[in-house]
Design a binder for this molecule. Structure first.
Ligand SMILES: Cc1ncc(COP(=O)(O)O)c(C=O)c1O
Length: 354
């Protein structure tokens, strides 16, 4: 039976479903005037690259690209070595959600390890050390970690540093899939020091820095903290079809987010909406739900309840074998949306008053 309650104005499917922040639209409009040189040789791209120097507190090399999978492919392609392999988790986006593009486009073997709370741990790297230098095995040349992780957890700075130390000891580079890096920074204190603590200070070499999930229309940035890796990056970006010709429109969006801290405000809000939702359904004894760290929740819901709720307000499955779904909030989820969604949850979960 369809739920007879006012539905939220947004879905809880993904932060990719969110609208574009008005400041980003305004920034697109502001640069939409006259001709500038293409492919990044323009003042807007230089200004946006400078904004990354500011947030990282040192000079970095920034390459704007079209999308998140493309950013990962470009980053990994610039770490490629013959017979290369990349150590990642079994839930890594590069492993389960990028249609084998690292394997096909980059030409690396992904060595997926059983995640520990969504994370890679140094033992996962140690497990492959015996293969180094052995001609019968793909050669681990990098590790890839996702911050925040696919299951909504966050690496501490110490955890990243331990991984980077281990990887570097064996000659491997460290790539961070930061499609939701802003949500991780927000969860770790919401300061630039927090960002720097788990990136530059922890030994990360290259970051896929997300914008789309945090209020942009499209576009991500590949940020080289190890600047020696950036020499080949322009060529790699073009080879993997991630060079936007009208670069100013990606750059302007990043400036809108980074200048003035909108990126952290958006992510802090999205995280807070997930926390609000968790609080609003915490009284339901039949809903198994861990407290969210960032902007996603992973409750276990009976299939009939999930179907009824989903028909009223969309969201995705996470692990159907466990009846686990994912509810995700975004920069534009409102408290009213959350409260309406929570009413729907109360209506479908057994044990709650109908
Ligand atoms: C962890 C993670 N990395 C990367 C991406 C990039 O995806 P896309 O290529 O759809 O922008 C996503 C998108 O959902 C993601 O969740």
């Amino acid at each position: 039976m369809p739920l007879d309650l006012p539905a939220p104005s947004c879905s809880f499917a993904s932060d990719n479903s969110a609208a574009v922040h008005p400041a980003v639209i305004a920034a697109l409009s502001a640069v939409n005037e006259g001709h500038v040189l293409a492919y990044g040789d323009d003042p807007y791209t230089r200004a946006a690259a400078g904004a990354f120097d500011e947030i990282f507190g040192r000079a970095v090399d920034v390459f704007f690209v079209w999308g998140g999978s493309g950013a990962n492919v470009m980053a990994l392609a610039s770490l490629w070595r013959p017979a290369g392999a990349v150590v990642c988790t079994d839930i890594a986006h590069i492993h389960v959600d990028e249609t084998a593009s690292p394997e096909r486009v980059v030409g690396v073997k992904l060595l997926d390890m059983p995640n520990v709370g969504g994370k890679l741990v140094p033992a996962h790297i140690d497990a492959h050390v015996h293969t180094l230098g052995v001609q019968h095995h793909a050669q681990p040349c990098a590790i890839s970690l996702t911050q925040s992780t696919e299951c909504g957890t966050v690496y501490t700075a110490d955890e990243v540093a331990a991984l980077a130390d281990t990887a570097h000891r064996y000659g491997m580079k460290v790539q961070m899939d930061g499609a939701r890096i802003a949500n991780a920074v927000a969860a770790l204190g919401g300061t630039l020091d927090a960002l720097r603590s788990f990136t530059v200070d922890a030994g990360v070499d290259v970051i896929s820095f997300g914008g789309t999930k945090n209020g942009m229309m499209y576009g991500e940035a590949v940020v080289y903290l190890d600047r020696s890796l950036a020499a080949a990056a322009p060529f790699v970006r073009k080879q993997v079809s991630q060079l936007p010709s009208k670069m100013r429109y990606v750059a302007a969006q990043f400036s809108a987010l980074l200048d003035g801290g909108l990126w952290l405000a958006n992510a802090t809000h999205a995280n807070a909406m997930a926390a609000r939702l968790a609080h609003a359904v915490a009284d339901l004894p039949h809903l198994r739900l861990d407290a969210p760290v960032v902007n996603s929740l992973f409750p276990v819901l009976a299939p009939a309840a999930a179907a009824e709720l989903r028909a009223w307000c969309p969201f995705y499955d996470w692990d159907p074998s466990l009846h686990q779904v994912r509810w995700m909030t975004a920069w534009d989820t409102t408290p009213e949306d959350v409260d309406r969604f929570a009413s729907g949850v109360h209506a479908v979960v057994p044990g709650a008053a109908r």
